[in-house]
Design a protein around this ligand. Structure first.
Ligand code: PLP
Length: 420
């Protein structure tokens, strides 16, 4: 057992221990004006530890060359490190094989890859695609584009007032035309953790493949794609303490092999003549052109960093923070938390009576507190709750109870300024 686990399992989470993690993140020492930064926008992008920054610098200063295309020393090193990063991702999500991990530019790109590679080949007129009311636009718009092109139909799983999927309604949506399910593991706007394992099993009993948007889950929960048995699982590095511009698509080998390529170009081919091109094997079939090599290697370093702490330990600590902050925010008159599922990650979306969320965000910023305000690229959820926007505080393992207290004080200040 790692030291991290021992400390996290203690009844009282050690403040010293959290501060050790905080020390890994240089940006957390910033001041916004004269106030210490309280960074609570982790659901949009988390921060990068020095360990990952150093890895990027080492790559750029001693290892950089293009990959897969030369026999010289640097190219071999860069290729090796890039493929090592793929293996790290494989182990992180317990994929059966490294070739089931495709590097993409992020979650959005990965979903578009599946839409083009799988959807455009296998979805036909009159076929139905099931989405949920909790999806980010990235897991709505590509499927709408496909439905428009093919004459397919989108079906949507509704949610209850707590922001939880109505699983019995999901089951009722299936019929002989259902061909695909795409759903989020965790809602970015509300934090709800969806019962994806049961939902995947239900779809599979009817022969329907399932894509899981794991953008908000992979940094909070240990992911085991074999245990989940999902056909596709996607997420971005920048929400896991890694660089922007890189993410992965996990796909079962047989699904990826059956799919058509998304982008054409170098590296994704096996041979090219003007008459005919044959495609490379997976994963390369889906990695056309020079990939973001440095970002992939940085992603691998971020995975090392998170794995060293342990996702179960992270989940336990963040749950404690969530409970602490939720209890206190709920007690503030005029503040309403949107999304009260009993199964949540540390995301608190809230509205304040008589105050627009953008004003809340602006005033909190003056206190050094970074939250996100708006529709969070999830307009259907806002429509469901009949609100234009929320303020969203999203916590990471490097946030502290003191920062939760700062948020609560900040909310009180906003109230005073607006309502006095
Ligand atoms: N899906 C969910 C649930 C998200 O939260 C996000 C980003 O916030 C995305 C997809 C899109 O991720 P990216 O912008 O990294 O492609």
């Amino acid at each position: 057992m790692r030291a991290a686990d021992i400390i996290f399992q203690a009844d009282n989470v050690s403040a010293t221990f959290i501060h050790q993690f905080r020390a890994d993140f240089p940006i957390l020492n910033l001041k916004i004006g004269d106030k210490p930064l309280v960074y609570l926008d982790n659901a949009a992008s988390s921060q990068m530890p020095q360990f990952v920054i150093d890895r990027l610098v080492r790559y750029q200063t001693t290892q950089h060359a293009n990959i897969h295309r030369a026999v010289h020393y640097l190219s071999e090193i860069a290729t090796h490190e890039y493929e090592m990063a793929r293996q790290k991702l494989q182990h992180f999500i317990n994929a059966g094989e490294a070739r089931e991990v495709i590097f993409t530019s992020g979650t959005t790109d990965a979903i578009n890859l599946v839409m083009h590679g799988y959807g455009r080949k296998f979805i036909q007129k009159g076929n139905e695609i099931i989405l949920t009311h909790l999806e980010h636009h990235a897991n709505i718009v590509p499927w709408q584009m496909l439905a428009e092109e093919k004459g397919a139909i989108i079906r949507v799983v509704p949610i209850n007032d707590a922001g939880e999927l109505l699983v019995e309604e999901y089951e009722k949506l299936f019929n002989e035309n259902t061909r695909f399910v795409a759903l989020s593991h965790v809602s970015n706007a509300l934090g709800t953790i969806n019962p994806i394992k049961e939902m995947i099993a239900f779809a599979h009993q009817r022969g329907v493949p399932v894509l899981i948007d794991g953008a908000q889950a992979a940094v909070h929960l240990a992911i085991d794609v074999q245990a989940l048995d999902c056909d596709f699982y996607v997420f971005s590095a920048h929400k896991l303490c890694g660089p922007t511009g890189i993410g992965i698509l996990y796909g079962k080998a047989h699904q990826l092999e059956a799919m058509q390529p998304f982008k054409g170009g170098g590296d994704m081919i096996s041979s090219v003549t003007f008459e005919k091109t044959t495609y490379n094997e997976i994963p390369y079939k889906f990695e056309a052109g020079t990939p973001p090599i440095a970002a992939a290697i940085g992603f691998g370093a971020a995975i090392d960093y998170l794995s060293n702490i342990g996702l179960d330990s992270i989940a336990r600590y963040e749950h404690e923070l969530l409970t602490y902050a939720t209890e206190r925010i709920s007690m503030i008159p005029g503040v309403k938390i949107i999304g009260n599922s009993s199964s949540k990650v540390a995301v608190i979306s809230f509205t304040m009576e008589g105050i627009h969320p953008h004003d809340v965000g602006t005033l909190l910023n003056q206190e050094g507190i970074a939250v996100r305000t708006g529709h969070h690229c999830a307009q259907p959820i806002m429509q469901r709750f009949n609100i234009p926007a929320t303020s969203r505080a999203s916590f990471a393992f490097y946030n502290t109870k003191d920062e939760a207290d700062a948020l609560i004080e900040g909310i009180q200040t906003v109230k005073k300024v607006f309502l006095s």
